[in-house]
Design a protein around this ligand. Structure first.
Ligand SMILES: Cc1cc2nc3c(=O)[nH]c(=O)nc-3n(C[C@H](O)[C@H](O)[C@H](O)COP(=O)(O)OP(=O)(O)OC[C@H]3O[C@@H](n4cnc5c(N)ncnc54)[C@H](O)[C@@H]3O)c2cc1C
Length: 553
């Protein structure tokens, strides 16, 4: 951890050297001693330290300096570091000025020059001030700080990515936090651009795209090689499992993920039915373990890097990435899963990411402490979302279209919901409109049987209403069903005959698409059983089939 800082400021080199020497002798184990030869130079250093969120324990500054006096410096520095102890070095003639500034700038002490011997005239004073500072001022957060507003989709996007990538950060709400305002002023003067991210090395990113952010926090976004044995598109449970098996079985394996790794499972607050975790496991934890395992076994994982298209040339399969690069491989696995179906209700578009969220939006839940939120949907993901949100919100209302939850939700979840006091349910109900301009105010709900519509006050809505497959990248190359899910193995035998252009003597393997060497696993497949365990199972089986395929090319 970085040591707190003491800054000594004096324009006379001899005096500055003497102060710095005495400070080093007594405090260098616990504090970093910095020096400056003018108020201006010191102020620049203070601004940089603020950007990096480092703690300054004490300013020790000479009153008589040419362009900026000690008191003028302290007044400016205190705007950024109000709690830092302020000590003025004075000559006898400055005593009155020093005494007046005890009130005007909260001066903590003034020391007459010279201060020899320091053991008697310097250290006792500073020891007292420093111990007071240590016990009263919290050590600043040493990681990434995100300044944004709760009512901003861009801020939500950045927070969600960091949270899902398990990168710790501190959230500073620009509308509520004075520290956030000061930081932004330091960065951009009067122009406010959100979200702005402050990093411990003093650098900043303003409204970054995910790939820039991923690179900045040290995640891989570019492939190390142009060619792999196996490329896996999508790092949900299916893709990550394929990475573990592929890499452990000697295939040069690359996984490409457009967002944070983990897929839908990564957004789940608690997966209770995955074998081996009797207490359940959060999607974030499962993802972290899978990534570590895949990397340890030698797989390469790119995040915030999207595959945009596929092509085939002889035995090679190619993927084009959003940044323009093209990578090739012998075998390709599509494990791109599904995304939540979007709701088409009036008023929704401008509030997405701003109090209306698709999925559990784990990074946002804590902001709804004590508030009333609605969860839309009747399947397991909605049930889990409601359970998770009930830990924060004072009231959670689960709205679903069917008469009962029994058909669509697991019994264990229905039981949990019944036993949770702050969750209520509204059956037979459709969510029909949203009202609110900058943030959500009310939602409209319609009873399907009676046809009666009501407006209800709501602080946030979390939507879980089914899924659409992520298969845009497959174009006409890959055969899909009428809902755009990928057909594999036996599903390809339309009317009993093999897929068009299938030139091999053998039939497609069970997870192989209509293009030899391109496989699909997990939720993206036609007829998939949408469970973590099925995706994991298929990820493993796909690698076995890929080995078989590779034996033939
Ligand atoms: C909130 C929630 C809770 C759930 N809880 C449970 C549970 O408790 N138990 C259970 O068994 N199942 C649960 N499920 C279902 C389970 O999570 C899914 O069945 C599983 O995640 C499917 O895995 P997958 O790897 O096939 O696809 P996904 O998890 O959908 O992952 C696909 C990945 O591919 C990426 N991708 C898509 N297109 C591209 C592209 N062009 N380029 C790069 N990357 C791309 C996506 O960003 C995504 O990360 C839950 C689902 C949700 C949404």
């Amino acid at each position: 951890m970085h040591k707190p800082i003491i800054i000594a400021i004096d324009d006379e080199p001899q005096v500055l050297n003497a102060v710095a020497r005495d400070l080093q002798a007594q405090y260098q184990n616990e504090y970093q001693i910095m020096r400056a030869t003018s108020g201006k130079e010191a102020l620049e250093a203070v601004q940089e330290l603020k950007r990096r969120n480092l703690a300054i324990a004490l300013f020790l500054v000479d009153q008589r300096m040419p362009t900026m006096t000690g008191i003028e410096f302290l007044a400016e520095a205190a705007k950024l570091y109000p709690e830092t102890k302020k000590v003025l070095l004075t000559a006898y003639a400055d005593t009155d000025v020093a005494i007046n500034s005890i009130n005007s700038i909260n001066l903590d002490y003034y020391l007459m020059k010279p201060w020899d011997p320091p053991e008697e005239r310097l250290y006792p004073v500073l020891d007292d001030l420093l111990s007071d500072w240590i016990y009263t001022v919290p050590i600043p957060y040493g990681g990434i700080r995100v300044v944004g507003t709760l009512w901003s989709a861009k801020s939500h996007h950045v927070k969600d990515f960091l949270a899902r990538s398990q990168v710790p950060y501190q959230w500073l709400d620009f509308e509520k936090n004075e520290e956030a305002k000061k930081l932004l002023e330091l960065e951009s003067g009067k122009e406010v651009r959100l979200p702005t991210l402050f990093f411990p090395d003093g650098s900043t990113l303003v409204d970054p795209d995910l790939s820039t952010l991923a690179e900045k926090v040290g995640m891989s976004t570019r492939a190390q090689k142009p060619y792999y044995d196996l490329i896996v598109v999508g790092a949900g449970p299916a893709g990550l499992t394929a990475a573990v098996y592929g890499a452990s079985e000697g295939l040069k394996t690359l996984v490409i993920e457009r967002d944070a790794a983990g897929g839908q499972a990564g957004t789940s607050a608690r997966i209770e039915n995955f074998i081996g975790f009797p207490q359940g496991i959060s999607g974030a934890d499962l993802t972290r373990r899978a990534i570590t395992q895949a990397k340890r076994l030698g797989a390469e994982i790119l995040t915030a890097q999207e595959v945009c298209s596929l092509r085939v040339d002889g035995p090679y399969r190619y993927v084009s990435l959003k940044d323009g690069t093209e990578l090739s491989c012998k075998a390709l696995l599509l494990s791109t899963g599904v995304t939540v179906r979007e709701l088409d209700v009036p008023g929704i578009d401008q509030l997405i990411g701003v109090s209306v969220y698709y999925g559990a939006a784990i990074s946002e839940a804590a902001h709804y402490k004590g508030k009333k939120v609605y969860v839309i949907g009747g399947a397991n993901s909605a049930g889990q979302g409601a359970m998770f949100l009930s830990r924060f919100a004072s009231e959670v209302v689960l709205v679903y279209r069917d008469k009962s939850l029994e058909k669509s939700m697991s019994t264990y979840l229905i039981d949990q919901i019944k036993q949770t006091d702050n969750i209520s349910t509204l059956a037979n109900t459709e969510f029909t409109a949203i009202e609110g301009t900058e943030k959500l105010e009310t939602i409209r709900l319609k009873n399907k049987e009676s046809g009666v519509s009501v407006s209800e006050q709501a602080d946030a809505v979390f939507i879980f209403i089914g899924a659409v497959p992520s298969t845009e990248i497959t174009g006409d190359l890959i055969q899909k069903d009428e809902d755009n899910f990928i057909c594999t193995g036996p599903d390809l035998f339309l009317g009993g005959s093999r897929p068009k252009n299938w030139a091999l003597k053998r039939d497609p393997f069970i997870l192989e698409t209509n293009v030899p060497g391109i496989f699909a696993a997990g939720d993206v497949r036609h007829g998939a059983i949408r469970r973590v365990a099925s995706a994991v199972g298929q990820g493993a089986v796909a690698v076995e089939l890929i080995h078989k395929y590779l034996e033939t090319v």
